[in-house]
Design a binder for this molecule. Structure first.
Ligand code: ZN
Length: 501
């Protein structure tokens, strides 16, 4: 017989009320993709997996990070607080050699108050979020909207003399033109130079500000960063607008009556360049302490939400690996090093700085594994074209096969911190994860809150990282290093700076 306590009764009552209220019914939870594992073998990795499954603190840790500290732009006080917290956590989990490593970052940027309201047509106020590292409008500016969907400097020339005092709509989701022919050998530096020349053109023409459409549906906005960490670089106040109001603006500018907008973008730069930091903690190896397996994630985030899935989850998982090693008392043969990077969102800056600073020791890095694709369960790792690492990586994930970690793809993914090591010849792999609403929802949007964490998938992710790390730390074999023959990214695809995890 079931005992009904008053608390349960209350719960039942409130559920009944909710069920009767339209819009309040609890959303149906999709079935979990995580395989059910009834028992774990009494091996070291089995002990680690069991420990994580039964006592993981991964969700509570993300909630603590996000609810107490919040969003963590690199260069911000909030990221500094998060780094101090992470070092305390590492020490609490018995890590040694806990420390920070600094690198030069450039100007910090702080979001201010952003607003937009139409001065014509329907007078709507709508959401705008400033593109980080672009300058403020210095108070509300008023101007006429104009669609300027030029894709390069050449196309921009058609607008010469027509742009003074205008606020631009720079995206055209209805663009029917054939894509621009790809330039031979165009690299990121050339792309960045052209972008800078276009910005200078717009500034010279007297443009007030620029608006782009969010890549997310259903009212979600999106943010990323401009190129303004260098105080000498020219930049235009720029913001993202969710799809619905942006498309309304496009319909309005297609009409005869001028569309007038008041726009205020309040972001500000620091007075001077700042340093940024990576956080490091270790469990020393018992037999080969100079050889290292790096478990990485980035602690920095964007700031429309609180950086729960990008990448509070990966950071929490990396700390969980330390906790599980401590709780089981297992000591690896090689050194486990957890590194929480920063500046990832501005172009993998922290991991690049770390890899450069440790260049002389990279031969001793057995492997780098990085978790940065949200809350979804881990299904395997991208091998970055390193076919010669497949046998040992298969060995490393073998104890996790029953948990759904089976995939070793040759795919090259350059969107997160492992890439900074991969380019220097180190076997460095990003986890392949279930999408779990990441690229459609939480990634860089105002929806990035702990509510969207799927606990069972995140716990599986922690099991996968702990188990894979353990095997890499203790196996006899060493993963082969060296460059990989693959096409240069510029020859395969046009640069897409916004598509980073
Ligand atoms: Zn990320």
């Amino acid at each position: 017989m079931m005992r009904t306590t008053p608390a349960l009764l209350l719960f039942a009552l409130s559920s009944a009320i909710q069920a009767q209220m339209p819009g309040m019914a609890p959303a149906a939870t999709p079935p979990s993709p995580v395989p059910v594992v009834a028992s774990y073998p009494d091996t070291p990795s089995g002990q680690l997996l069991k420990e994580v499954k039964e006592h993981a603190q991964v969700v509570a840790r993300v909630e603590r990070l996000c609810d107490q500290i919040g969003p963590r732009l690199t260069g911000s006080d909030q990221l500094r607080r998060a780094q101090h917290w992470a070092m305390e956590e590492m020490k609490r989990f018995g890590a040694e050699n806990v420390h920070e490593e600094a690198y030069d970052f450039g100007l910090a940027w702080t979001r201010g108050v952003d607003s937009a309201r139409l001065l014509s047509h329907n007078g709507l106020r709508f959401r705008v979020d400033q593109l980080a590292w672009t300058p403020p409008t210095k108070g509300p500016v008023q101007g006429e909207l104009m669609l300027v969907d030029a894709r390069n400097l050449e196309e921009l020339q058609a607008f010469k003399g027509k742009l003074k005092g205008k606020i631009l709509l720079r995206s055209n989701p209805y663009d029917k033109r054939p894509p621009l022919p790809r330039r031979n050998g165009m690299d990121f530096a050339a792309f960045a130079a052209e972008q800078a020349a276009m910005t200078q053109f717009l500034l010279d023409e007297g443009v007030l500000a620029s608006l782009s459409i969010s890549g997310r549906k259903n009212g979600l906005n999106y943010t990323s960063g401009g190129a303004g960490r260098d105080p000498k670089k020219a930049a235009l106040p720029t913001a993202y607008v969710p799809q619905e109001p942006y498309k309304m603006l496009l319909r309005q500018v297609a009409g005869k009556e001028p569309v007038r907008l008041e726009l205020n973008l309040g972001g500000t730069f620091s007075a001077k360049p700042v340093q940024a930091y990576n956080v490091v903690g270790e469990i020393r190896g018992t037999e080969k302490p100079a050889e290292v397996v790096i478990v990485g994630a980035h602690l920095d985030s964007w700031d429309l939400g609180v950086g729960a899935t990008d990448n509070g989850t990966g950071s929490s998982v990396a700390l969980e690996v330390l906790r599980a090693f401590q709780a089981t008392g297992l000591k690896p043969k090689r050194t486990l090093r957890v590194v929480l990077f920063s500046g990832e969102e501005q172009g993998l800056l922290g991991s690049r700085a770390y890899a450069e600073a440790h260049k002389a020791e990279l031969d001793h890095v057995q492997a780098v594994i990085v978790d940065d694709m949200g809350t979804g369960m881990i299904k395997g790792f991208d091998l970055q074209g390193r076919e010669n690492c497949r046998a040992l990586m298969a060995q490393a994930i073998a104890p996790l096969n029953d948990l759904g970690v089976r995939e070793l793809s040759l795919r090259t993914m350059n969107g997160t911190d492992h890439a900074s090591f991969d380019r220097l010849g180190v076997p460095a792999f990003a986890a392949i994860q279930e999408p779990a609403d990441y690229f459609e929802g939480t990634h860089h949007s105002q929806m990035d809150f702990p509510d969207h964490i799927q606990a069972d998938q995140l716990v599986q992710g922690a099991q996968a990282m702990a188990g894979t790390a353990w095997e890499l730390l203790n196996m006899d074999g060493r993963l082969p290093h060296g460059p990989v023959a693959r096409p240069r990214p510029a020859e395969r695809t046009a640069p897409a700076p916004a598509a980073k995890p």
